[in-house]
Design a protein around this ligand. Structure first.
Ligand code: NAP
Length: 320
C-alpha cells in the first residue's frame, strides 16, 4: 500500500488501550485534534482488555463489563470528540527531527507532540493446552486481579507460575476464591520481596512447588488438570486444577523506541514531572511506563495526565 501524504498535526497518540483512548478523549476535548494510531497487525486495537472477559474492577460498572465492550466505549468516546483514529501499527519514530516523525506501516504523520501509550503484554509460556484455541481464557489467564473472581475458579485448586512479586501477590489474591493456591516456581528461591513472599508463604491456602514447571494443561470445557514436573527428580504428576495463572512478568511494547527516548533497563519508558519523557513534548502513559500498578484505571489516569501535560506544554510553547 502507498503511504498517505504526511501532514503535521498537534498530537499523535500511539496506542489504543485505556491510556491512549483516555489521552485522546482529553486532547480532543481540548481541541488538539489528535491522531491516534490504534494498531492493527500487532494485536487487537484496544490493548490487553480485548483479551479479557468480565472486567469487574473498573469503577462505574457495578455489574461488570466485558473487556472488549469497555474498550469499544472508550474508543467511541474518543471518536465522538473528533479524534482521528488510524488502524495501523507504528513501526518507527524519528524524534531527532521536529515536528516529530511517526511512521506506521501504511500511514505517517509529523507531530508537534507525541503521547506513547503502547502498553505491555503479559508474558506467557507455550505449554501444551495453554494456548489460544486450547484453554487460554478458559481457565488459563495472565491476570489474577482481572479474572480471579470468575465463577470457574471458585472452590478450585489454582496454579500460579512465577516466583516474583506478581506471583506471590496474585497467589495471595486468589486465596479469596480458591480451595488452595499452588505457586509453581522453576527455582528453589523466590525472587519476590521478603515481605510479600512471607505473606504468601504464611498463608494456610498457599503452597509453593519448588523447582517445578507446568508441562501440560488439560480439561473439558474449562481447565480440569495440570501436569507438574519436578525439575530435580524429573517426576511428572497430574493434579486437579481449576485454573492456571501466568505471573512471569510483562514486556512493555517499546522496542520501536530504542535509541529514541530514555528507557529503563527493563524496557519501560522513563518519565518525570508527570508523564514527561526526556524529550520535550513527548509523553508516556499507561503500562508502557508503569510496571507497578498496571491496571486499566491507572492507565486511564495517566492517559488523562499525558493529555493535560501535552496541552499545557503546547500552550506554553505557543504551538497549540
Ligand atoms: P519479575 O520480578 O520479573 O518475576 C518474574 C518471575 O517469573 C521470576 O520469578 C521468574 O523466575 C519467573 N519466570 C520468568 N520467566 C519464566 C519462565 N520462562 N518460566 C518459568 N518462570 C519464569 O516479574 P513480576 O513479578 O511481574 O514483577 C515485575 C516488577 O513489578 C518487579 O519490580 C516487582 O517488584 C514489581 N511488582 C510489585 C508489586 C507490589 O509491590 N505490589 C506487585 C507486582 C509486581 P526466576 O526468579 O527464576 O527468574
Amino acid at each position: 500500500m502507498t503511504k498517505h501524504k504526511a501532514e503535521t498535526v498537534n498530537l499523535v497518540i500511539i496506542g489504543s488501550g485505556p491510556a491512549g483512548y483516555t489521552a485522546a478523549i482529553y486532547a480532543s476535548r481540548a481541541n488538539l485534534f489528535p491522531v491516534l494510531y490504534e494498531g492493527f497487525f500487532s494485536g487487537p486495537a484496544g490493548g490487553q482488555l480485548m483479551t479479557t472477559t468480565d472486567v469487574e474492577n473498573f469503577p462505574g460498572f457495578p455489574e461488570g463489563i466485558m473487556g472488549p465492550k469497555l474498550m469499544d466505549q472508550f474508543r467511541n468516546q474518543a471518536a465522538r470528540f473528533g479524534t482521528k483514529i488510524i488502524s495501523d501499527d507504528v513501526v518507527s519514530v524519528d524524534f531527532s527531527v521536529y515536528p516529530y516523525h511517526v511512521v506506521g506501516k501504511n500511514h505517517e504523520h509529523y507531530a508537534k507532540s507525541v503521547i506513547i501509550a503502547t502498553g505491555a503484554n503479559a508474558k506467557r509460556l507455550e505449554i501444551p493446552g495453554a494456548n489460544e484455541g486450547e484453554f487460554w481464557q478458559r481457565g488459563v489467564t495472565a491476570c489474577a486481579v482481572c479474572d480471579g473472581a470468575m465463577p470457574i475458579f471458585r472452590g478450585k485448586d489454582l496454579y500460579v507460575i512465577g516466583g516474583g512479586d506478581s506471583a506471590v501477590e496474585e497467589a495471595t489474591y486468589l486465596t479469596k476464591f480458591a480451595s488452595k493456591v499452588f505457586i509453581v516456581h522453576r527455582r528453589d528461591e523466590l525472587r519476590a520481596s521478603k515481605i510479600m513472599a512471607e505473606r504468601a508463604l504464611s498463608h494456610p491456602k498457599v503452597e509453593i512447588l519448588w523447582d517445578s514447571v507446568v508441562t501440560k494443561v488439560d480439561g473439558g470445557h474449562v481447565v480440569e488438570h495440570v501436569v507438574i514436573k519436578n525439575l530435580k527428580t524429573g517426576v511428572e504428576t497430574k493434579k486437579p486444577a481449576g485454573g492456571l495463572f501466568f505471573a512471569i512478568g510483562h514486556t512493555p511494547n517499546t522496542a520501536f523506541l530504542k535509541g529514541q527516548v530514555d528507557l529503563h533497563d527493563n524496557g519501560y519508558i522513563k518519565v518525570r514531572d508527570g508523564t514527561r519523557t526526556n524529550l520535550k513534548l513527548v509523553y508516556a502513559c499507561g503500562d508502557a511506563m508503569d510496571h507497578v500498578y498496571r491496571q486499566a484505571i491507572t492507565a486511564a489516569g495517566t492517559g488523562c495526565m499525558a493529555a493535560l501535560d501535552a496541552e499545557r506544554d503546547l500552550a506554553a510553547e505557543g504551538l497549540d
